[in-house]
Design a protein around this ligand. Structure first.
Ligand code: 3PG
Length: 213
C-alpha cells in the first residue's frame, strides 16, 4: 500500500503562521471550532490523538468542514497513523520519530511532520526522507537559539517549533530563517471550547495570522 499524499509537509507548514494543536473531548465542539479557525484564516488543523473522541472529531471535521485540512497530532505508532488516515486526516504530526511511524504515514498517504529534539533524531528523519520537522518541545529543548545553531549543519531542514510557543514569543521563532511556521495550543483554549466561545477562537487565529512571515 502506498497511497498518494494530497499535501506535502511543506505545504502544511506554509499555509499559515501556526499549526494549531487541538485537544477535543467533545465531538460536538469539533465542527464549530474548525469553522472558527477557518474564519480566522487558519485551515491546517492538528487534532491530537489524546482523547477517546479524537478520531470522531477528525471524522466530523473532514466530513463537514471542507475548507479545513484536518491532520492528526500525537501520532506515535503505525496503528495511530492508519486510524487517523481512516478517519479522514490528511497529515500527521508526531512528538518523536521512528521509521515505523514514517512507513505507516507513507502507506496511508499522510504527509508527516516528525518530532525531533536532537541532531541524531534529525539525521534519522532525514535518512527516511523527512526534511520538514517539528522541533519539540521547542522552548524546553533550546528555543530559537537551538534552531539558529542547527541552521549551520542542517542547512537543508525546515522546522515547525512546537511546545511552549505562545502568541508573545512566536515572532522570535518566526524570525529564524529555518522556521516556516510554529505550532501551539493557545488558539483553542479549553475554556473557550467549554463556553462555545467560537468568536474568541477566530480572534486568536486572526491575531496569530498577523504574524505570518
Ligand atoms: C504539542 O502537543 O505538540 C505541544 O504540547 C503543544 O504545546 P503547547 O501546549 O505548549 O502549545
Amino acid at each position: 500500500m502506498n497511497t498518494p499524499q494530497k499535501f506535502t509537509a511543506l505545504q502544511v507548514m506554509q499555509d499559515a503562521a501556526v499549526i494549531p494543536v487541538i485537544v477535543l473531548s467533545d465531538v460536538a465542539h469539533a465542527v464549530p471550532m474548525a469553522r472558527a479557525l477557518v474564519a480566522g484564516g487558519i485551515r491546517m488543523l492538528e487534532v491530537t490523538l489524546r482523547t477517546p473522541q479524537a478520531l470522531a472529531c477528525i471524522e466530523a471535521i473532514a466530513r463537514d468542514v471542507p475548507e479545513a485540512v484536518v491532520g492528526a497530532g500525537t501520532v506515535r505508532s503505525r496503528a495511530d497513523a492508519l486510524a487517523a488516515a481512516n478517519a479522514g486526516a490528511q497529515f500527521a504530526v508526531s512528538p518523536g520519530y521512528t521509521s515505523a511511524v514514517g512507513q505507516a504515514c507513507r502507506d496511508a498517504g499522510l504527509a508527516l511532520l516528525p518530532g525531533v529534539a536532537t541532531g541524531s533524531e534529525i539525521l534519522m528523519a532525514q535518512e527516511d526522507g523527512y526534511s520538514q520537522l517539528k522541533f519539540f518541545p521547542a522552548m524546553q529543548a533550546g528555543g530559537p537559539a537551538m534552531l539558529k545553531a542547527w541552521s549551520g549543519p542542517f542547512f537543508d531542514v525546515q522546522f515547525c517549533p512546537t511546545g511552549g510557543v505562545t502568541l508573545q514569543n512566536a515572532p522570535e521563532f518566526l524570525a529564524v530563517p529555518n522556521v516556516v511556521c510554529v505550532g501551539g495550543s493557545w488558539l483553542v483554549p479549553s475554556d473557550a471550547l467549554a463556553q462555545g466561545d467560537w468568536a474568541r477562537i477566530t480572534q486568536l487565529a486572526r491575531d496569530t495570522q498577523a504574524l505570518k512571515k
